[in-house]
Design a protein around this ligand. Structure first.
Ligand code: NDP
Length: 245
């Protein structure tokens, strides 16, 4: 069916993108670059990038033909909890006044979030025919999602706090920063793996794969950047997965 082809194509695109991102830095945040064309405000960029995901997945899930059960409502709840923060709260909290990001990044993220929201929402609302049960895997996935979200928000908060304390970049310390340069990305990857375990679906797995494909190369870029910028940067710290990567 066309939907299966779309999801498989989407997963293949994530794998190709991973290879591409290992070679090219995503030009926003510390790697921002005006050579990617017109620029827009960083804070507005975040809002517009994430808005399609926040709206499309819940809307398609809840307006579809399928009757939803506890598992499906939980997935919509997880999604909203994550995206309300990322779309509405995060852009108001980051201390990047005056900073810009390329419009090309915003447009590519809008495209990504629209497709990702579509495959996950359309699946729950119109494709998934059997309601999942609340079983051990549901509990494992739920705990992983909650743990990942906690790590992601804690680590983002540390960075926001650092920027409040002094302009520019400093070396983050404490908690998971003892082991990795980007615990916010580690948390985000754990979150969507947890989501995929609860959902037991290829659309949800595709999001976990995309998240790793986006964030592992970005974490490697951040890690190298920290070592170049700070001579005293801790040598034992890894980029995103403790002791491994
Ligand atoms: P970063 O870690 O690059 O930056 C987060 C914020 O903290 C930015 O405002 C940044 O400022 C600031 N900051 C970062 N490091 C420091 C430092 N050492 N000292 C002071 N301030 C610092 O994260 P991203 O912007 O890439 O991502 C933000 C969130 O979005 C993360 O939680 C991430 O997981 C999520 N995300 C998810 C994706 C997915 O595919 N699911 C894709 C991309 C992001 P500045 O902008 O000036 O660098």
């Amino acid at each position: 069916m066309w939907f299966d082809y779309l999801v498989w194509g989407w997963i293949a695109t994530a794998i190709i993108t991973f290879g591409f991102l290992l070679k090219i830095k995503q030009p926003y945040g510390r790697h921002t670059s005006s050579s990617w064309g017109p620029m827009i405000s960083n804070n507005w960029g975040w809002f517009w990038m994430e808005l399609p995901a926040m709206l499309i997945m819940p809307w398609l899930s809840l307006s579809g033909e399928m009757q939803l059960g506890t598992v499906e409502y939980t997935l919509v709840g997880f999604w909203l909890a994550h995206y309300i923060n990322r779309t509405l709260i995060f852009p108001l909290r980051i201390k990047t006044r005056g900073k810009k990001m390329p419009l090309a990044i915003v447009l590519s993220a809008i495209f990504f979030n629209a497709i990702n929201g579509f495959v996950n929402g359309y699946y729950l609302g119109n494709v998934k025919t059997i309601q999942s049960e609340v079983d051990t895997w549901f509990v494992i996935g739920l705990l992983l999602f909650a743990l990942g979200m906690q790590i992601n928000q804690w680590a983002d908060n540390r960075l926001i706090q650092l920027r409040k304390e002094s302009d520019g970049y400093s070396i983050p310390i404490g908690g998971l920063y003892r082991w990795v340069s980007c615990p916010n990305y580690l948390g985000e990857i754990i979150e969507w793996v947890g989501f995929a375990i609860v959902a037991v679906s290829w659309p949800a797995a595709s999001f976990a794969i995309w998240t790793a494909a986006n964030l592992i190369p970005r974490a490697l870029n951040h890690h190298d950047w920290y070592h170049t910028k700070f001579e005293t940067y801790p040598k034992e710290r890894k980029a995103v997965i403790p002791y491994l990567v």
